[in-house]
Design a protein around this ligand. Structure first.
Ligand code: ZN
Ligand code: ZN
Length: 260
């Protein structure tokens, strides 16, 4: 046996084919587990927290998110602005609007250069506006919302996955918490809030909250949480139902709605 060959940590008689993406141990071919493009040793690859986050990552890898579709939806407005400005002979603005259109389209198509380019657009407009009118310091405020949007799109985990960029496990975990972990509880809470304005949503919130609560299981793989959200939805729905019933009864009895 050659001493220079790297060997499997678990099976010293076999050559290693790679290192585990989680524990870093050398593993051999028969025990390799792949999730997407990452390889794990057998023990790590079967760990539920590895596989469900990996599954999420693979599912969203290269998939267009809301940001990508919003970029595409905004493209016609940029093109229209570009043409209007061009027809008016305002070339500086036409060029900026044209750059906007190119960047949002490139974003939608998944061109990675569009990410940093997007961050340059609001400052470019700001410089353009300030060059036109040096006193116009309010344009700094005007450009704050677009800059905030650009930063939000740039730093979104979903959008990084769409661009096929690696995201660390902590961010995947947060994405899972927000969207993958007991989504019924979030829907129940939304119903609870809607129930404050629309009576029929209140009982739905109680039912969904109850169903979500029954799903909660911290021992499951992956763990199912959001117990607090489910309880909040039920309480909110219950209180709304009480409130609406109270109003209805007073209306029926012909009493004034305000008891005071
Ligand atoms: Zn491992
Ligand atoms: Zn091995």
């Amino acid at each position: 046996m050659s001493s220079s060959a790297t060997l499997c940590a678990l099976h010293p008689e076999r050559p290693a084919v790679g290192t585990c993406a989680r524990c870093g141990a050398f593993f051999c071919e028969p025990e390799t587990i792949r999730h997407g493009e990452r390889a794990y040793c057998e023990a790590c690859g079967r760990r539920p927290e590895v596989s469900y986050l990996e599954e999420l990552r693979v599912r969203l890898w290269g998939k267009r998110d809301t940001w990508a579709w919003l970029m595409m939806l905004s493209a016609p407005a940029h093109v229209a602005l570009c043409i209007t400005m061009g027809l008016d002979g305002m070339w500086n603005w036409a060029v900026l609007a044209g750059a906007d259109a190119v960047v949002v389209t490139a974003w939608f198509l998944g061109v990675r250069l569009a990410r940093p380019a997007l961050l340059l657009l609001p400052p470019a407009w700001m410089v353009g506006l300030l060059l036109k009118d040096r006193e116009a310091l309010h344009v700094v405020l005007l450009m704050a919302p677009p800059m905030a949007l650009a930063l939000a799109a740039f730093s979104s985990t979903r959008s990084q996955l769409f661009f096929r960029l690696e995201v660390d496990p902590g961010r995947l975990e947060r994405l899972w918490e927000a969207h993958g972990n007991n989504p019924l509880a979030s829907r129940a809470l939304l119903c609870g809030l809607v129930g404050l304005l629309v009576p029929v949503a209140a009982p739905v919130a109680v039912l969904l909250g109850w169903a979500a609560l029954r799903r909660v299981n911290p021992e499951a793989h992956p763990p199912v949480g959001k117990k607090a959200q489910a309880l909040e939805a039920m309480m909110l729905g219950g209180l709304s139902m009480l409130g609406w019933t109270y109003l209805l009864v007073r209306l029926k009895l012909g009493l004034p709605l305000n008891p005071l």
